[in-house]
Design a protein around this ligand. Structure first.
Ligand code: ADP
Ligand code: ZN
Length: 635
């Protein structure tokens, strides 16, 4: 009989378990319930796949995997087949005959893992099937993937998940493992309660995504900035670009296409077939950039997404972390990039203010937005802040470093913009006070509130028509800030908005035209009195980032530092993989990951023996593809 280790090695071709995987796997093999909290890309699948295989060999029968991601089941099952594991799925995409066939195989115990949608699981027909298995002691394990779907506090609440209580009520004694990448405490507590996992072992991983580099830049012209970012740092790479509106998605996708980037649009307003087609192409082809609203992404388990870019700011850190987490699931270097500006702050505030939700709910939303703004404005380590938000202290027992910064020890990571290139900061306290007193005086003089442009014009001493029309050149603050650039003042305003020291007020003209104006808030006082210091990052005149790699070289090759010969092998192997994937109607990464191909290319194998021990080559894949891999890599 196989042990967990031998399954990991022989079936999946991996040397070692990652992080808490081993403890989880052992716990579940022994029949314990488990709640697994692991970030995207952490390796949740193996936590139930290895136990499923081992427990079946122990005679316990079948593992049922509950997942809401119907669109992905085909590929997940395909990946298991490639590794030589008997798996199947049941969902609404199967016709009656095919579903019947799966049910028969299930009843005969010919399946190791069955993937099913929650609504399918709780039908009388399926319950009857499970009853039969249970009576024969052949119901081994329930794996509940995306377990946060059971919670209203999670972002993907699915009512069908509530029906999963039937699992422990009807099949008490069958172990359950629930898995999620949602980190927040409220959702976690809700999962435990809803699924009655009070007695389950809780396995909480670090949420750090060490291979993701975080960059947040000031938004000037987002389209050009994005183009430059992709062309300089990620040519030919697969990536996702998130924007707020459908219209913007289509515009940006077209702009990228015109610039020769392989981009596709995705949003909920597109016809279903087109969305499906674009998703399939993204998963199956190399180097596609998906320009999308947040409708795209849940459960996209493509491992080689090299960057996630936000051209508009998400609503909160949870959203930001989840979306950026889709980059680099394969563990190779990946990049989370965001451009953010004053208008983002204004838009998000307004969306909250105008939403029909209860005031208490809006307060929570504002607090979450503020936390994200603070992250964007931060001049210290982004990673420390991100993890801190989720209650984790970065660097505890991890390879973090501290730096001496003005005598204060600060944790640093090795890969966020602020740590890689500490920004110069300037003291914006004076500018902030002058801005606030201008807002105050304008209101005092005319009883009116004005937008950001006008307030900045007054402070910078510009006698525009509007300034003269209202006599604002006579205000005592007129021209007091002529030494500040408009960009500097924008930065100050962003930060004041971020900390709530300035508010937005909507004004509607007689003609029905409405716009946002600035007003003082409770929080303004401390700044006016000089009790709150305002520290701002110096906005450098867009220093061009270094080219990080040759433009034709794919990420994995670059990451693995392949020499010229190895790179040729790598390119040949990729072409071969694309053919195989097409024949099998599966995404390329299901055949071999980029990292595996890069390792093969590096090793220049002469015999099957040389392929042993390369991560990602299990026994079945060695048998199926070994000879071909040797042939292709000696071309
Ligand atoms: P999650 O579901 O947590 O987002 P996955 O289960 O999809 O993550 O795993 C992410 C990637 O890491 C997959 O490509 C998987 O093959 C790989 N992986 C997981 N565990 C290991 C391991 N122990 N060794 C090597 N690769 C692993
Ligand atoms: Zn950092």
């Amino acid at each position: 009989m196989s042990t967990a280790h031998s399954v990991l090695h022989e079936v999946f071709g991996y040397e070692q378990f990652r992080g808490p995987q081993e403890a989880i796997v052992q716990h579940v093999i022994q029949g314990g319930d488990a709640l697994v909290l692991m970030p995207t890309g952490g390796g949740k699948s193996l936590c139930y796949q290895v136990p499923a295989i081992v427990r079946q060999q122990m005679g316990h029968g079948i593992t049922i995997v509950v997942s809401p991601l119907i669109a992905l089941m085909h590929d997940q099952v395909g990946a298991l087949h490639e590794a030589g594991v008997e798996a199947a799925f049941l969902n609404s995409t199967l016709d009656w005959q095919a579903a019947l066939d799966v049910e028969r195989r299930l009843a005969r115990g010919e399946i190791t893992m069955l993937y099913a949608a929650p609504e399918r699981l709780t039908t009388p027909r399926f319950l009857e099937l499970m009853d039969g298995l249970h009576q024969r002691g052949q119901l081994s394990l329930f794996a509940i993937d995306e377990a946060h779907c059971v919670s209203q506090w999670g972002h993907d609440f699915r009512p069908e998940y509530r029906g999963l209580t039937v699992l422990h009520e009807r099949y008490a004694g069958v172990p359950r493992i629930a898995l999620t990448a949602t980190a927040d405490a409220l959702t976690r507590a809700d999962i435990v309660e809803r699924l009655q996992l009070e007695a389950a072992g809780q396995f909480v991983s670090s949420f750090d995504r060490h291979n993701i580099r975080y960059t947040i830049v000031e938004k000037k012209d987002a389209t050009t900035q994005l183009l430059r970012f992709i062309e300089r740092e990620h040519p030919e790479d697969a990536g996702v670009v998130y924007c707020q509106s459908r219209k913007r998605v289509e515009e940006l996708a077209t702009t990228l296409q015109n610039a020769g980037i392989n981009a596709l649009p995705y949003h909920a307003g597109l016809p279903v077939e087109q969305r499906q087609l674009h998703q399939d192409r993204f998963l199956r082809e190399d180097g596609i950039v998906m320009v999308a609203t947040i409708a795209f992404g849940m459960g996209i388990d493509k491992p080689d997404v090299r960057f996630v870019a936000h051209v508009d700011m998400p609503k909160n850190i949870e959203g930001y972390y989840q979306e950026t987490g889709r980059a680099g699931r394969d563990g190779l270097p990946a990049h989370a990039w965001m451009a953010y500006g004053l208008q983002d702050v204004v838009n998000q505030r307004r969306m909250i203010d105008e939403s029909p939700a209860a005031e208490t709910f809006k307060e929570v939303m504002r607090g979450k937005l503020d936390a994200l703004l603070a992250l964007a404005e931060a001049t210290d380590c982004r990673r420390v802040r991100l993890l801190g938000y989720f209650g984790e202290t970065y660097g505890l027992g991890a390879p973090g470093q501290t730096s001496q910064d003005g005598g204060v020890a600060r944790m640093k990571c090795a890969s966020c913009d602020n740590c890689l290139q500490p920004p110069a900061v300037w003291d914006g306290t004076d500018a902030a006070r002058k801005l606030l007193s201008t807002i105050y005086r304008v209101h005092e003089a005319s009883g009116l509130t004005f937008g950001t442009g006008h307030i900045m014009d007054i402070l910078r001493g510009k006698d525009t028509d509007k300034v003269l029309q209202f006599g604002h050149e006579k205000l005592s603050t007129f021209g007091l800030g002529k030494d500040f650039s408009e960009q500097q003042l924008r930065g100050v305003l962003r930060q004041l908005l971020a900390v709530g020291a300035v508010g937005l007020q909507k004004v509607t003209t007689d003609a029905g035209f409405s716009f946002d104006t600035l007003c003082l808030t409770e929080g303004s006082r401390a700044v006016l009195r000089g009790q709150t210091a305002v520290q701002l990052r110096e906005t450098t005149a867009a220093a061009a980032p270094k080219r990080t790699r040759r433009s034709t070289q794919a990420a994995a090759a670059a990451a693995a530092n392949l020499g010229p010969d190895a790179e040729v092998r790598f390119i040949n192997l990729k072409a071969w993989r694309a053919e195989v994937a097409k024949q099998h109607n599966l995404p390329a990464y299901v055949i071999f990951h980029d990292a595996t191909l890069a390792a093969i290319a590096q090793r220049a194998p002469q015999s099957l023996d040389d392929l042993h021990g390369i991560s990602g080559i299990g026994a079945k894949k060695l048998e199926a593809y070994g000879a071909e891999v040797l042939r292709v890599s000696s071309m």
